[in-house]
Ligand binder design. Structure first.
Ligand SMILES: Cc1cc2nc3c(=O)[nH]c(=O)nc-3n(C[C@H](O)[C@H](O)[C@H](O)COP(=O)(O)OP(=O)(O)OC[C@H]3O[C@@H](n4cnc5c(N)ncnc54)[C@H](O)[C@@H]3O)c2cc1C
Length: 449
């Protein structure tokens, strides 16, 4: 089966989808904010932000010509406020809560205003924070992704010695390696990490916990630990022909683009999966010049885990969707040439409570493709996490409301506890875990004679 093409104008691989606002746009946009909220009812935009960025207050500071103060308010709440300004699904969060929307008007562009304020401050290398009271206790943080960075920054502000152990050679986790380059290539993550370093946090790169350093050794070195190790590699499809050339894993595909090593794709690209990663790789395939880009998803559109606004944007860029379609095997001689697919129907609810997709016998068909990208989820770090002797559920860390694990000196947050969500959610976990660690260590000190 060949696919019709309807792609719009050529989009560039690295062109930002949300470029910075001009100064006059900043003034006009900040003027649209109604400054909702008060002591008895917080503004809906603030309530919708997992990191609790005080949106009306920072927008007022911008409007009054105090962008430094705006940036301070943002970074105080979210140390990755510049990155989140670029990558947050604002449509689902702050901008989705904007009261203007309820009045049928366009939301204030909160993300782009946040970007303006944080860009100004980072360009000028402003120092907002310092360690208040130095404490001698040392906390170890596993992973320099958003959860680990936020936890480390918050602990350092509270005076703790903090050491981050990171297996890669740079900070940022998935922001650096996996988030679509049209949202954020790298900047301003390196400057945000530098801000955290200026707080006294020590970074050890190229050190894989569980291989280069054991969980036991970390427990000996530090009075408390925070696990922010995220998730692992792409899950395999476990289908015949998976080893053929031109079949990519989503994370390797995006990382190659982020590193400037553009994947050579053919004209027809099929993506397997229904989450935000599937949407990202589809939109990247469009930007790399594919003329037909098709997402195969085994359930229906309304059951797709991807954000609705992302699906809409992908469709606008020409991405096709084949709902209720599953791959059976990959076919080719050396390189993939086709996917044998089958149509699905929805049956009785499965473990997730959603109707389970079931193949319809006799509906097999061949889809001719040049490239396949698998985006069906990431592995969990069960083996690594087991080494810490903490309780897990389905390979994810079990935590209480303070982000404390079943071992009282070990805390965790981010994707390794929720199976994958957003950067701002991981930041919020890191912050709240730091508060939990602080409380736990204060109690430990109190009971010591
Ligand atoms: C393709 C893709 C696109 C996404 N797009 C968006 C988006 O547009 N917006 C958004 O808000 N969210 C997005 N997300 C989700 C977001 O990136 C994650 O929710 C967030 O990065 C989770 O942060 P984390 O700190 O928990 O984990 P990670 O970002 O995965 O960071 C974990 C860190 O731990 C390190 N690590 C792992 N194991 C070890 C070890 N044994 N020793 C030492 N270090 C270790 C890793 O190298 C990594 O640096 C996307 C996710 C993916 C996969």
């Amino acid at each position: 089966m060949a696919v019709a093409t309807n792609l719009p104008r050529a989009l560039s691989v690295y062109e930002e989808i949300h470029p910075p606002l001009s100064e006059s746009q900043v003034l006009l946009e900040s003027d649209r904010c109604l400054e909702c909220g008060g002591p008895s009812a917080p503004a809906p935009c603030f309530e919708a932000c997992p990191a609790q960025v005080p949106v009306p207050q920072f927008i007022r500071a911008i409007r009054e010509g105090r962008p430094d103060e705006a940036a301070r308010l943002i970074f105080e709440a979210n140390i990755l406020g510049g990155s989140c300004a670029r990558v947050c699904p604002v449509e689902e969060l702050c901008e989705g809560g904007c009261v203007l929307v309820k009045e049928g008007r366009r939301a204030v562009q909160i993300g782009r205003l946040q970007r303006f304020a944080t860009d100004v401050a980072l360009q000028r290398q402003l120092h907002f924070f310092s360690r208040t009271q130095a404490k001698l206790q040392s906390v170890g943080v596993m992973g320099a992704g958003p959860a680990g960075l936020a936890c480390a920054a918050e602990l350092a502000k509270r005076g703790y010695e903090v050491v981050i152990y990171e297996s890669r050679s740079a900070p940022g986790g998935l922001i650096t390696s996996a988030i679509a380059p049209y949202k954020q290539l790298r900047e301003p993550l390196p400057q945000e990490a530098a801000m955290i370093e200026r707080l006294g946090v020590k970074f050890h790169y190229g050190l894989t916990v569980g291989r280069d350093i054991s969980a036991e050794e970390l427990k000996r070195r530090h009075v408390a630990l925070f696990l922010g190790v995220g998730l692992g590699r792409d899950l395999p499809a476990r289908l015949e022909g998976e080893g053929l050339a031109n079949i990519w894993n989503s994370l390797e595909f995006i990382e190659a683009i982020k590193n400037g090593d553009l994947p050579k794709i053919g004209s027809t690209v099929a993506i397997i999966g229904g989450g935000n990663t599937a949407i990202d790789v589809a939109r990247e395939a469009v930007r790399l010049g594919a003329t037909s880009v098709i997402i195969l998803y085994r359930r229906t559109e309304d059951q797709m885990p991807a954000f609705k606004h992302e699906v809409k944007a992908a469709r606008k860029e020409g991405v096709h969707f084949y709902w209720l379609t599953a791959p059976l095997k990959f076919i080719g001689e050396g390189r993939v040439r086709a996917i044998e697919c089958i149509h699905m129907k929805l049956g009785a609810p499965d473990k997730s409570g959603r109707p389970a997709p079931e193949p319809i016998p006799g509906t097999e068909f061949l889809l001719e493709v040049d490239t396949v990208i698998k985006a069906i989820g990431q592995e969990r770090h069960s083996k690594l996490l087991e080494q810490f002797g903490i309780a897990l559920a389905g390979g994810l860390v079990k935590v209480n409301e303070s982000f404390q694990t079943s071992c009282e000196s070990i805390f965790a947050g981010g994707d390794c506890i929720n199976g994958g969500c957003t950067v701002v959610e991981a930041v919020a976990h890191g912050k709240r875990a730091a508060a939990g660690i602080d409380q736990y260590l204060s109690r430990v000190v109190e009971v010591k004679p």
